[in-house]
Design a protein around this ligand. Structure first.
Ligand SMILES: [Zn+2]
Length: 323
């Protein structure tokens, strides 16, 4: 019974979410979130993290914690607690978050990259529960992911595996924020997809007349983002629906290569844009099946993630089961 309870922490660029988790059945017994204050520097972030964990401990009436699991953005050193260069965090190079938390709370601390943690959450408690091997994709601000092989995270020799957003789909394509050209993220990541939609709208003969997207943002092009496109599509706007179908098609192309390389059959998709509707998931599957090798083709499936925003907390907490 001692390994039943853990604290799961999901550090994001805007909020830090935390929960008291029953790791045996994947239930979040209590949860709370705080602002990350990522732009105020590492000390502010660490203070927020500390405060959140104290709050969770204060609220705990369920038993003893066996450890603290943390999902963090950026590169997380394998087997250590160092978090390196999380994107969108000011002045943060390398900080040993694991050591800091251990000193404060005297509990085992396990830290893992946030996408890997979400993949693990789906593997243990979500859409991946019946699959030993799958590719997990988060399609939201960027395109990230994690690889689950034999029920475990595949980290690669230095912990960087699963960077599917930077799979090249066109060597002459647009410049991506990684510096390369034609990465899948440079087509369908939040900022890029929004930009492409704006450009396409402006090319329409009379964009302001019929576009549901423009109605939803009151004509303010700068407010266009995937959630708006998705909402317009849900309200029957064909233009918006086609934008998402095209994006899903491109994602399928990049995923086909990964399935071929790893001999995988299952893709689980999470992240905001994956919530747009079944038609998007189906389009990814169709695109992927049209490109994977024959040996994989008929078995290749794309399914929606189940845990939504809780994948991070649950996956992070489940790390303590490795103790
Ligand atoms: Zn890239």
């Amino acid at each position: 019974m001692s390994k039943r309870l853990a604290i799961g922490i999901d550090i994001g660029a805007t909020t830090i979410k935390g929960g008291i988790v029953d790791v045996l059945d994947g239930r979040i017994l209590f949860q709370k979130k705080v602002e990350t204050l990522a732009l105020q520097g590492p000390n502010s972030v660490l203070r927020q993290l500390n405060f959140l964990i104290k709050e969770l401990m204060f609220e705990n009436k369920y038993g003893e914690f066996s450890g603290i699991g943390v999902g963090a953005p950026g590169i997380v050193e394998i087997g250590g607690g160092v978090v390196k260069n999380p994107p969108n965090f000011s002045d943060w190079n390398e900080i040993n978050v694991g050591e800091i938390l251990f000193k404060e709370f005297r509990l085992p601390v396990l830290i893992e990259n946030d996408a890997n943690v979400a993949a693990l959450g789906e593997a243990k408690y979500g859409a991946g529960i019946n699959f030993k091997d799958f590719l997990f994709v988060i399609w939201g601000t960027g395109v990230g992911g994690g690889i689950i092989l034999d029920g475990k995270i595949f980290r690669g020799p230095s912990g960087g595996a699963g960077e599917i957003g930077h799979t090249t789909i066109d060597y002459n394509g647009p410049v991506c924020n990684c510096g390369n050209r034609g990465c899948i993220e440079s087509y369908i990541g939040q900022r890029y997809l929004s930009e492409r939609t704006r450009e396409k709208l402006m090319r329409l003969a009379n964009p302001y007349k019929d576009s549901k997207i423009l109605q939803l943002v009151n004509g303010k092009l700068e407010l266009i983002e995937p959630a708006i496109i998705s909402l317009a599509a849900a309200q029957g706007d064909e233009f918006a629906k086609n934008i998402l179908l095209e994006a899903a098609n491109l994602l399928g192309i990049s995923l086909a290569s990964i399935l071929n390389i790893l001999d995988l059959r299952v893709v689980i998709i999470g992240g905001g844009i994956s919530e747009s509707g079944e038609y998007v998931i189906n389009q990814i599957q169709q695109s992927l099946r049209s490109r994977v090798l024959k040996s994989i083709k008929n078995d290749a499936i794309v399914i929606k993630a189940k845990l939504g925003n809780n994948a991070g907390i649950l996956g992070a907490a489940s790390l303590v089961m490795e103790l």
